[in-house]
Design a protein around this ligand. Structure first.
Ligand code: MG
Ligand code: MG
Length: 262
C-alpha cells in the first residue's frame, strides 16, 4: 500500500527533512581526522533534540545510535563507536533520520575526510551525480524502474557496481513505506509514480564488485572485496508533476566550501 501525501503533509515532510539537512551541516563542521564516529553520533543526537525532534534511527529495529556512520568499505548501517577514529583519506557515509511532527526525514551524504585519492573522489562524485540522475527520472507518469535503471546505467557506465541487497524506499509517518526503490532494474517496470508520493532515492555504489557482507554486529554492511563504497540519499516528493527535493545538502556544502576557502 502506497500512502500518497497531501500538500500539507508534504510541508511537514519538508520540515523533518530540512532538519536532517541541517544536522548533516552541523556534522560537517566536525568531520576531520581524529574525530570518532561516536562523537559525531552524540553531536547529531543533541542537535536533533535541541531542534524539537527525535532521532529516527535510535532504537529503530534495535539500532543503538542516532546516525549510521559507514567508513570506507562499509556500505551502510555502520554503528558509531569510540574506537572508530577518522583518519586522513577516509570516506564516511553519514545517514541521518529525524521524526518531527509525526513525519520522518531521511538523508545521507558521503564525506571525504581531508584529502582522498583521485579514484575514491571520483566514486563520490559519480555516486552523487547518480542520485540526481535518479531524481530527474522521478516524474509523475514514469515508474520506479525508470529511476532504478537510470541510476544503474549511470554508475555502471562509469565502471562501478550497484549494491542489490539494500534499496531506497517510500517514506512518510514511517521511515520505510512502500514502494521499494532499487538502484538497479528495468525501465518501465515497478510502481507508477504519482502525485503525492514521497520516496527516498539512495544509490549505494561500490568501486569494486557489487557483493556485500553482513557483519556479525547485526547491522554493518561492507563490500566483500573491501574496496570503498559511497552512499548519497535524498528524500523527494512527487509534486506538480516532478520531483521536489525535501532534504538538503546545501547546509553541509556551505560548511565544506568555507573550509576550502580558509
Ligand atoms: Mg537514510
Ligand atoms: Mg533511506
Amino acid at each position: 500500500m502506497i500512502y500518497l501525501k497531501t500538500n500539507e503533509e508534504i510541508e511537514l515532510m519538508y520540515l523533518a527533512n530540512q532538519l536532517v539537512g541541517k544536522t548533516l551541516g552541523e556534522l560537517a563542521k566536525y568531520i576531520k581526522p581524529g574525530v570518532s564516529t561516536l562523537e559525531l553520533d552524540k553531536i547529531a543526537e543533541s542537535f536533533i533534540r535541541d531542534n524539537g525532534a527525535q532521532p529516527a534511527f535510535l532504537g529503530y529495529g534495535g539500532f543503538p545510535n542516532s546516525i549510521c556512520t559507514s567508513v570506507n568499505e562499509q556500505v551502510v548501517h555502520g554503528i558509531p563507536s569510540n574506537k572508530a577514529i577518522l583518519k586522513e583519506g577516509d570516506i564516511i557515509s553519514v545517514d541521518c533520520g529525524t521524526v518531527l511532527n509525526g513525519f520522518v526525514g531521511d538523508s545521507a551524504y558521503t564525506f571525504a575526510v581531508g584529502e582522498v585519492d583521485d579514484e575514491t573522489q571520483k566514486l563520490l562524485t559519480v555516486t552523487r551525480e547518480a542520485l540526481y540522475v535518479g531524481i530527474n527520472n522521478a516524474v509523475e507518469g514514469k515508474r520506479v524502474g525508470d529511476i532504478s535503471a537510470s541510476v544503474q546505467e549511470y554508475c555502471e557506465k562509469n565502471g562501478y557496481s550497484v549494491v542489490r541487497e539494500l534499496v531506497g524506499h517510500g517514506i512518510g509517518k514511517q521511515m520505510h513505506e512502500s514502494p521499494e526503490v532499487p538502484n538497479y532494474g528495468r525501465k518501465g517496470s515497478g510502481s507508477l509514480l504519482r502525485e503525492g508520493m514521497c520516496i527516498c532515492i539512495e544509490p549505494m555504489i561500490n568501486l569494486g564488485k557489487r557483493n556485500v557482507v553482513f557483519e556479525k554486529d547485526g547491522w554493518t554492511v561492507r563490500t566483500k572485496d573491501r574496496r570503498p563504497s559511497a552512499h548519497f540519499e535524498h528524500c523527494i516528493a512527487i509534486q506538480s508533476g516532478s520531483a521536489r527535493i525535501l532534504s538538503s545538502f546545501s547546509f553541509l556544502e556551505e560548511v565544506l566550501e568555507n573550509r576550502h576557502n580558509c
